[in-house]
Write a protein of this length. Structure first.
Length: 241
């Protein structure tokens, strides 16, 4: 629910922090400002504040990268929520499907994958290795968006409301809302991915956490009921852990 007077400085500061964490290399305030659609002087001031509290740092070229505090914050949040710890065992039970196995949360109009395991990888390799992905083209993303009202989805995709720098093609909001209505009706999401080529994802939400789990790959419509039963069983196990 949107507060009566949201703190825009806090919102912009968190956007800078997230973009910094996701960028993968040092970045200057002007480049970051362009990516987020924010005024460079404001971004510079926010980055200096983040550096002051240890969540950012500067390299020898005066560019910014994540500071040690962000690792402490990440570790404490994972420990505090317990979601990864509760989910790993149940998620591993899906590996025999020979599909990608994922768990993610919604961040703005993107999905942040907390876990994304591909066939042939060890279980540990699936933790925190995937970048943000447009929620509109993700089974997990659509499942999570379907938990919102249409007005909340419209607000999320309103121009200038991005919590992160937009990725992927523009979203046809009317088409997305139609897809979300179908997701609510059937209880799961199964869209084509951006990469397509027959690859799609099947996602369901968890009841206890604001998160979703799913699988991705090439599978026929005939396999959907069996895969869905497996996902729902795993979701119940995570919720009950």
């Amino acid at each position: 629910m949107k507060p009566a007077q949201p703190n825009q400085s806090l919102i912009d500061g968190l956007a800078c922090l997230q973009a910094l964490a996701a960028h993968g290399r040092p970045i200057g305030s002007r480049e970051l400002g362009r990516a987020l659609g924010l005024e460079p002087t404001r971004v510079n001031r926010l980055l200096k504040t983040l550096a002051f509290v240890g969540l950012a740092q500067q390299d020898e070229n005066r560019k910014y990268l994540p500071g040690p505090g962000i690792h402490a914050l990440a570790a404490q949040s994972l420990r505090g929520s317990g979601l990864i710890r509760r989910a790993l065992g149940p998620l591993e039970s899906l590996f025999d499907l020979e599909l990608q196995v994922a768990m993610g949360v919604l961040w703005g109009d993107q999905v942040c994958y907390l876990y994304l395991h591909s066939p042939g990888e060890t279980a540990a390799e699936g933790i925190g290795q995937s970048p943000l992905y447009p929620a509109a083209w993700s089974g997990l993303g659509q499942a999570l968006l379907a938990d919102l009202t249409d007005d909340e989805v419209r607000s999320l995709y309103a121009e200038g409301r991005h919590l992160v720098a937009p990725t992927g093609p523009a979203v046809d909001l009317d088409e997305l809302l139609e897809q979300l209505a179908e997701v609510r009706k059937q209880g799961y999401a199964v869209p084509q991915t951006l990469e397509s080529q027959g690859v799609r994802t099947l996602g369901v939400t968890l009841d206890r956490d604001q998160a979703a789990i799913g699988v991705a790959g090439r599978f026929t419509d005939r396999r959907i009921p069996a895969i869905l039963r497996r996902l729902e069983k795993v979701a119940r196990a995570i919720d009950a852990a």
